[in-house]
Design a protein around this ligand. Structure first.
Ligand SMILES: [Mn+2]
Length: 368
């Protein structure tokens, strides 16, 4: 017989008094101020005439991530702890395209998710100030110009003291993202790369495509292969990967390793590696690490990947000591079914944010 008081659910319920209760009254005030009092026949609290804020039904209102405030003037981004930013770019895709629509797919799916999270026992919006700063203006015909835009945009968010959370986009966007973050971390950056694919080539189709970001990222001054861990590798991988792993010194965990050692042991070992002599850790999640049945809406689906709860458990463990940023890439809504893939991406990001709120050790950028 399980002791009722030891159940996770009961312990989370016991935390009720710690959740905070400012979100609803604040939103209601804004909703009434901007969207008028409701019709006289309406008696329930929390309803305005026009939908404003996130108080309306999930399918109403403007579409930002988690229906967070839209940061219309980018100069105000420093008012927030976290800025969600879209990178609608998929010209780096070597297989199916469509991840240029990833940011809007993820935003739409995220509108169905509540900021209160019983898995973590926190109301995210009571603990962290989150905005959606919109999309980087990408240049579809030119990778290098797009990368320059990404580096400038992500760098600006960091310079304002705010942690960037990125909605991809294909995986080529991770290199310019890290290039943007790199100058704002006073020390080495460890990286956890969760993916079915290794993405270690120098060049593909004569360009920096979505299978090349790690070759280039570890050449940044404060990112080293010694502090790079790949988790979930297998399936469609280039043969050149094995040479790169052997020569560079990165550490990879295959799905075989996860089966053998389990998520907890893999996470513990990964944390030791990424935090060794590092000041901060970045997480890059390719949604195709999930078993293909759980992510039809992606560029390179593969069988034999993680189950959703394995991925959520892994993220809970590896992001607990705090992150300096995270991306979720390769969500391609045109191939999705019932928004499964976009929902998976949203859930992963929201849980990681809740983990930051719970543990209170998200990286603090120095405002410049
Ligand atoms: Mn991949």
């Amino acid at each position: 017989m399980i002791n009722r008081n030891e159940l996770h659910a009961m312990q989370m319920a016991d935390k009720y008094d710690t959740f905070g209760n400012t979100r609803f009254p604040n939103l209601l005030k804004i909703a009434i101020q901007q969207g008028l009092e409701p019709a006289d026949s309406i008696t329930s609290e929390g309803i305005s005439c026009f939908t404003r804020t996130s108080l309306g039904p999930t399918y109403t209102g403007h579409e930002t991530f988690l229906r967070s405030p839209f940061c219309e003037d980018v100069h105000d981004v420093g008012n927030y702890d976290i800025a969600v930013v879209g990178i609608p770019y998929d010209s780096g895709a070597s297989n199916r395209s469509g991840s240029r629509l990833g940011p809007q797919g993820i935003r739409h799916a995220s509108s169905q998710i509540s900021p209160f999270n019983p898995d973590y026992g926190v109301d995210l919006c009571e603990k962290l100030k989150i905005c959606d700063v919109g999309d980087i203006y990408t240049i579809p015909a030119n990778a290098e110009k797009t990368f320059d835009q990404i580096t400038k945009g992500i760098g600006y968010i960091c310079s304002q003291g705010t942690v960037p959370i990125i909605l991809g986009g294909d995986h080529s966007t991770t290199f310019p993202t890290l290039r943007g973050i790199s100058p704002y971390i006073d020390g080495n950056i460890g990286v956890i790369h969760i993916d079915r694919h290794s993405d270690c080539d120098a060049i593909q189709q004569d360009e920096k495509m979505h299978g090349t970001e790690w070759f280039h990222s570890i050449q940044l001054p404060n990112i080293s292969a010694k502090n790079l861990v790949q988790i979930g590798i297998g399936g469609n991988c280039c043969k050149s990967w094995s040479k790169f792993v052997r020569d560079s010194g990165l550490t990879a965990f295959s799905m075989e390793d996860i089966d053998k050692y389990g998520i907890d042991k893999v996470a513990e070992t990964a944390l030791d590696i990424v935090w060794k002599d590092c000041k901060a850790v970045y997480v890059s999640l390719d949604i195709d690490v999930l078993e293909a049945a759980f992510c039809p809406g992606t560029g390179t689906p593969d069988f034999g990947g993680m189950l959703p709860r394995e991925l959520l458990r892994l993220l809970k463990l590896v992001t607990a000591p705090g992150i300096c940023g995270m991306d979720v890439v390769e969500v391609a809504p045109p191939f999705d079914v019932s928004e499964i893939t976009s929902l998976a991406a949203s859930r992963c990001l929201i849980n990681v944010m809740c983990n930051q709120a719970l543990n209170g050790n998200m990286y603090r950028y120095v405002k410049k």
